[in-house]
Design a protein around this ligand. Structure first.
Ligand code: SF4
Length: 240
């Protein structure tokens, strides 16, 4: 289930190059202008009986069609934090390429983090891993995960895995997708095994190279193809 309190985004790093917000799919999935939606208060809306419309014990993927930490959303984010605080029975999963804006407009009672907030830091290459992950680890966050997505090269995240609960890896999607090498995936998986961190190979992306052969993968098969390779280490976690 997704919660999109605002929409729109713009490119800030290498992984954004072929983001689906632009081009022919922009109308369907979003746009570059940042706009508040009519869903900002959605997690706390109630029915006629005074019960929440969204029942508890759920995970809400938050701002997966935008970025929670966009500067344009600084004011709206204050309200979003208040809403998140009111629903401790829901886990909010927030993925960002703007982790360096994490501290902006943080609630005054955040302390070392809310129990129901999982923050995911996206990294797509070594340079951005080296920039974003030390910041990510320095912030007061209770539940952290790393999303290597879209992964664009082999990366070493092993220095940054302490305090991380989970890592996901995925390739780039779309007609212009850059090649995604299975060896990079296996390498990160090994780093997770050594650090005792759970691992999910989420998607092959559109141009997947394995055993020296690059293959175009249909968008509807990228998740199942990754799953077929059977390399996930989830240890019963259901969140991701
Ligand atoms: S941060 Fe995410 S949503 Fe925004 S342009 Fe980049 S890839 Fe697209």
């Amino acid at each position: 289930m997704n919660w999109e309190p605002w929409t729109g985004c713009y490119k800030i790093s290498d992984g954004c190059a072929h983001c689906y917000f632009y081009g022919p799919l922009a109308k369907r999935y979003g746009q570059s202008s940042i706009q508040k939606t009519d869903k900002l208060d959605w997690p706390v809306r109630k029915n006629a009986k005074g019960e929440y419309n969204i029942k508890g014990n759920k995970t809400l993927a938050t701002c997966f069609a935008t970025d929670f930490f966009l500067p344009e959303a600084d004011e709206w984010r204050k309200e979003a934090w208040r809403i998140i605080k009111q629903r401790p029975d829901i886990d909010f999963l927030i993925l960002t390429k703007r982790i360096d804006r994490f501290l902006v407009a943080l609630p005054s009672d955040w302390n070392d983090g809310y129990d129901n907030v999982y923050i995911g830091c996206t990294v797509e290459n070594q340079e951005l891993a080296n920039y974003r992950l030390p910041l990510f680890l320095s912030y007061p966050i209770k539940r952290r995960f790393i999303a290597c997505s879209p992964l664009l090269e082999a990366i070493d995240i092993s220095p940054y895995l302490h305090g991380i609960e989970h890592v996901t890896v995925a390739g780039e999607t779309g007609r212009e997708a850059r090649e995604f090498n299975y060896e990079w995936v296996l390498d990160i998986r090994e780093q997770c095994v050594t650090a005792n961190v759970t691992f999910w190979f989420k998607s092959t992306g559109s141009l997947f190279k394995r055993n020296g052969i690059a293959e175009r993968i249909n968008p509807f098969k990228q998740g199942s193809k990754a799953k077929e390779l059977d390399i996930d280490i989830l240890n019963g976690t259901k969140l991701f």
